[in-house]
Design a protein around this ligand. Structure first.
Ligand SMILES: Cc1ncc(COP(=O)(O)O)c(C=O)c1O
Length: 352
């Protein structure tokens, strides 16, 4: 029989969605599935965008739903970046940014990410310099960033945004909720910066990657994206209903957040005790760690043969690094113990 593997390489959330989400799934009035979901009569795009509007205090017109943050990022780039124009992206980032820039013939330039003693950070002076040098039509800022796990502090973000009034700036906040439950800043962000788009998702924190739903908050100059993205017949009725149920399940997700943060600490402490390992602080549901380069292949093989898959990075500047997705408490403990056992066996010369 094929061995069941535990995939901690994809930044999915193994706690799964709240019980309230399953209840909503079973309660559905399936007759409604025959009708389009757009709520024309009340002048709103959808029940979920209406709910988000109440929750965040942001005009419903400025909220766009999409098929995950992936879809919204792609739409934003296709709407605002013309062939030959420049998009600024972080030095290390989610590979997909390159793909969407390439799709429209955009020119990709990078701004640096600096490595500090315990974490990575954006160098905001270097970001502003890159902006002045390249005059980009778009800037992508991922916070927390994948794969480094660092966020941009609020005062730095404001400084950077004030220096970039001419570009469309996309803040990818796919992982923000894992450490920052506060959403009160979002309204002031889109109010003060008409050129900003914030993208968020139900895939990560809410553990609903399979229903493919995310949303974007649009600064007031960016209504063009509303038109570009208009879905006149509505969105996915079922996905929206499940997303609303997740928003209602506050206690479940708060408990999960605490457990994940404790395990981030555990990985940070225990990985840093291993010889030649350097783990970086993370505010997401994954942790990045540099390991001795010569152990890459054998660690990968060892973990796979014991049922675990983690991400081994292979890019300039990050090619001796692993990225571990935070799983359930039980998975995390098993994985950390396995890594320690591997190091122990290497030390004792038990592995070839
Ligand atoms: C930085 C970042 N943004 C967005 C996404 C995709 O989110 P979604 O599932 O909402 O498309 C990912 C997925 O891994 C990601 O790493």
């Amino acid at each position: 029989m094929k061995k069941k593997m535990i995939y901690l390489d994809r930044n999915e959330n193994h706690y799964g969605p709240a019980p309230e989400v399953f209840k909503a799934l079973h309660k559905r009035n399936f007759n409604k599935l025959t009708t389009y979901s757009r709520d024309y009569t009340r002048g709103v795009k959808s029940k979920l965008s209406e709910r988000l509007s109440h929750m965040l205090g942001i005009d419903e017109q400025q909220i766009l739903l999409g098929y995950g943050a992936e879809d919204l990022l792609k739409q934003a780039v296709h709407c605002f970046l013309q062939s030959g124009e420049t998009i600024l992206v972080p030095q290390y980032s989610w590979w997909y940014y390159k793909v969407i820039a390439d799709e429209v013939g955009g020119v990709r330039e990078i701004y640096p990410i600096q490595e500090n003693e315990h974490q990575f950070s954006y160098d905001i002076d270097a970001m502003v310099d890159a902006y002045k040098m390249h005059n980009p039509a778009m800037v992508l800022i991922s916070t927390p960033n994948n794969p480094t796990g660092h966020s941009i502090p609020w005062d730095h973000l404001i400084k950077v945004l004030r220096a970039m009034p001419e570009a469309v700036v996309v803040l990818d906040e796919a992982y923000t909720l894992f450490t920052n439950p506060d959403t009160s800043y979002l309204k002031s962000l889109v109010d003060e910066f008409p050129n900003v788009i914030v993208t968020r998702t139900f895939s990560k924190f809410y553990a609903l990657a399979g229903i493919r739903i995310g949303y974007a908050l649009l600064g007031k100059q960016l209504s063009e994206l509303n038109t570009f993205s208009a879905r006149y017949l509505g969105y996915n009725r079922l996905s929206e209903r499940l997303a609303i149920a997740a928003l209602d399940a506050h206690d479940y997700y708060e408990d999960m957040r605490q457990k994940m943060r404790a395990d981030l600490e555990m990985f940070f402490d225990e990985l840093n005790q291993l010889p030649g390992f350097k783990a970086y602080r993370s505010e997401a549901n994954f942790i990045l760690c540099r390991i001795p380069h010569n152990l890459k292949q054998s660690l990968d093989t060892y973990l796979k043969s014991n049922g675990f898959v983690i991400k081994f990075l292979n890019e300039d500047g990050l090619n001796s690094h692993i990225r571990i997705t935070i799983g359930t408490q039980e998975e995390n403990r098993m994985l950390m113990d396995l890594i320690k056992k591997f190091i122990e066996e290497i030390r004792n010369g038990e592995l070839g």
